[in-house]
Design a protein around this ligand. Structure first.
Ligand code: GLU
Length: 298
């Protein structure tokens, strides 16, 4: 039973693959699932499958079924029962209430079109995930916010600067990049409760990685920016900090991350077309990709 440099006994390695059943998975997801699965298995650890089905507008049972089928087809076997975030809304709500009581959140009444206008006028700073919220509603008085909450739709945002002041200097270990400092400005005042969904990805994932005992968050580097937010949420909600492995992601011929919106072939189509999933998985393990697909440099 070997101890690693971070003090984990090998059996303690717990990893998860956490797809969102908002659409069909593509090759990029297959790659991420394999990297996470193999990371755990190579360390004698466990790997969990967590359906991130909090988006009640877009999650569909048929996508969940397709994901389960995709995983079997790729030959990936997960430990324990599949976890569904949609069964944990009560816990997410308790965490949101806690953040509200801590005074680090504020309601935001901005509509999508208002934010688009700010962006089109070139007045929004552009972050790694798109325009950063310009802070329009941050300064509303408690009375005005309370009044508007009676009649207007709103989301809840995290006041990133306040959080940073409260938390001080925070770090995490990234297995590829070494020690990383949490920077509140990377994504700014993120939404922690959307207008039309009970909780945001950031809150649900931070709580669940702790609750599921995840030792290593193995996921694509496209989620690296989110880890800054997750590190602050861990501090605020007194959750443990796992190690992170932000691996390279698959790119299409234009150099963009493979994505549903870019018409990447779904795994379901390949599966139904008679392609051997386990062979495909082995090729992805060897970094052999179909024509037009490459792996990002870092
Ligand atoms: N559910 C997220 C997605 O499908 C991934 C979450 C994570 O790995 O932290 O993009």
């Amino acid at each position: 039973m070997a101890l690693t440099s971070r003090g984990y006994v090998q059996q303690d390695v717990v990893v998860r693959f956490a797809p969102s059943p908002n659409g069909l998975l593509h090759m990029g997801h297959a790659y991420a699932a394999i990297v996470a699965h193999d990371f755990a298995r190579n360390k004698g650890g466990r790997v969990l499958l967590r359906m991130e089905d909090i988006d009640i507008q877009r999650s569909r049972p048929e996508y969940t079924d397709a994901i389960l089928e995709d995983m079997r087809w790729l030959g990936l076997i997960f430990d324990e029962e599949v976890i569904y975030q949609s069964r944990r809304f009560k816990d997410y709500d308790a965490a949101l209430q806690r953040l509200i009581r801590m005074g680090v959140t504020y309601p935001c009444f901005c509509t999508r079109s208002e934010l688009r206008t700010v962006h089109e006028k070139g007045k929004a700073e552009i972050g790694p995930d798109g325009p950063i919220y310009p802070g329009t509603c941050r300064g509303l008085s408690a009375d005005e916010a309370a009044n508007r909450m009676q009649s207007e739709a709103f989301c809840l945002r995290l006041d990133a600067e306040k959080v940073a002041q409260q938390c001080g200097r925070l770090v995490w270990n990234d297995e590829y990049r070494g020690e990383q400092f949490a920077d509140h400005a990377v994504l700014g005042d993120v939404i922690i409760q959307p207008k039309d969904t009970p909780v945001s990805y950031h809150v649900a994932v931070s709580l669940d990685d702790a609750r599921d005992g995840i030792s290593h968050v193995v996921r694509g580097k496209d989620l690296l920016a989110s880890t800054h937010v997750h590190r602050f949420l861990q501090a605020l909600l007194e959750l443990p900090t796992p190690d992170y492995v932000h691996h390279p992601v698959l790119l299409d011929e234009t150099g963009y991350k493979l994505g549903k919106s870019r018409n990447s072939a779904s795994l379901a189509i390949l599966r139904q077309g008679g392609i051997d999933g386990q062979k495909l998985a082995d090729q992805l393990r060897e970094n052999i990709f179909p024509v037009g697909i490459t792996l990002s440099k870092d």
